[in-house]
Write a protein that binds this ligand. Sequence first.
Ligand SMILES: Cc1cc2nc3c(=O)[nH]c(=O)nc-3n(C[C@H](O)[C@H](O)[C@H](O)COP(=O)(O)OP(=O)(O)OC[C@H]3O[C@@H](n4cnc5c(N)ncnc54)[C@H](O)[C@@H]3O)c2cc1C
Length: 431
Amino acid sequence: MRRVVIIGAGLTGLSAAYHLRQLRVEADVLERETRPGGACRTTSRNGFHFDLTGHLLHLARPESQKLLREIGIRNALRSHRRRAGIALAGCVTPYPIQINTYRLPREIRRDCLLGFIEAHLGKADSDTQPRNFLEWVLSRFGDGFARHFFIPYNRKLYCTDPAELTTEWVGRYVPRPDLADVVDGSLGLYRKRVGYNATFLYPREGGIQLLADAIAATFPPVRLSCAVRSLHLGAKEAVLESGEVVPWDALVMTAPLSHLAAMTADLPAAGRAAAARLRAVAVVNLNLGVRGPAPRREHWLYVPEERFPFYRVGIPSNHGAVAPPGCHTLSVEVSLPAGAATASGLRERCLEGLMELGLLRDAADVVTVDEVHLDPAYVIFDAARPEAVSTLRDAYRAAGVALAGRWAEWKYSTMEDALWDGATVARRLAG
Ligand SMILES: Cc1cc2nc3c(=O)[nH]c(=O)nc-3n(C[C@H](O)[C@H](O)[C@H](O)COP(=O)(O)OP(=O)(O)OC[C@H]3O[C@@H](n4cnc5c(N)ncnc54)[C@H](O)[C@@H]3O)c2cc1C
């Protein structure tokens, strides 16, 4: 019988093992950490439950609901209607900004509206295609939205000039309203909820770990604390940190493509050159357990202005029972170039920024801090990415290695996508 090995027990690897089992193929799942879940893990301390970073389940496919029922957690999840905002110029207006400028200062509202109208009129005269994300934003939303939100927010998130980004990733993630919607939005008349994240599910108790644990419980135990040190494509072997050699006939890789290339002993030179062109940012997430009631009702806020170090602040206790009575939680996300060390004083600057935004009354109210580094966190979609990824994908496919999931495929995707990336690779392997 063929030996199938899966590296990584994040949602992609767990889903691959789950679906392989349904197709009567057993797989060995190797995971470096002490718990399954990958980026969707939760740590608990002093009565607080902190997801590594905020993880809300946005489901678009009916099969996903079926999967939740099969693993027995559908009723343990509660459905929420998004309450998200944008903190800008001392105001908070609902997300997405394109259809919600009405709570912003009049000057910003005017810039956004006028810019959108000019872009709208300009579109009719122009048949040139935008060459990058910056041009795309300017041509779709105009100068005002670009200047006040899209440029500073994306520069902060990707630590990159928006002119260096491509538009491959925007698809379902950036809502594209028409002129009437934008005008309605400037007057506070737009009422519909838009975007892939308009609703979400979240565990009634504890954090998002519930999902990974429930999938992992359906097949033989994941081999935890089992880090793969090197891969040998010719010999079809993985060598673990312990020195153990694990042979495979088929391998599913869900660890980041950049790490995979670094650990592959016999990767062809073209693959190594391609790996050197992959770019990403890391995220430092400060999970704060804070005394007192939550400062606002939103589930999360986007923070585009440059003077704040963070690009987003979540208030997870507004959608989950994740804090002890009388307390709430904040999740403060900061981007930095992949591989970079955290700047000194970052935590203090974050606390100051939270106080300026009215999200924290006093630093002394913070009773617990849990600092998480995700590296890589967001892949940078630049001009070099498509060819670099396809070169690597071909090299690994030739050696019987399937790349699956957000970081192995070097893309932007959600938990639901991870579940279906795992299912897809399982079906392919099982023939
Ligand atoms: C800041 C942030 C916020 C997000 N928020 C949301 C959200 O709200 N909703 C949503 O749907 N999605 C969200 N996502 C996306 C979501 O996290 C991913 O789509 C999903 O977790 C990808 O799962 P994965 O299994 O592909 O990767 P991972 O979860 O990274 O799993 C890979 C696994 O491989 C293991 N591994 C790595 N190297 C080795 C090795 N050498 N040996 C053994 N094991 C190894 C890792 O420990 C890990 O467990 C967010 C992502 C980020 C970065």
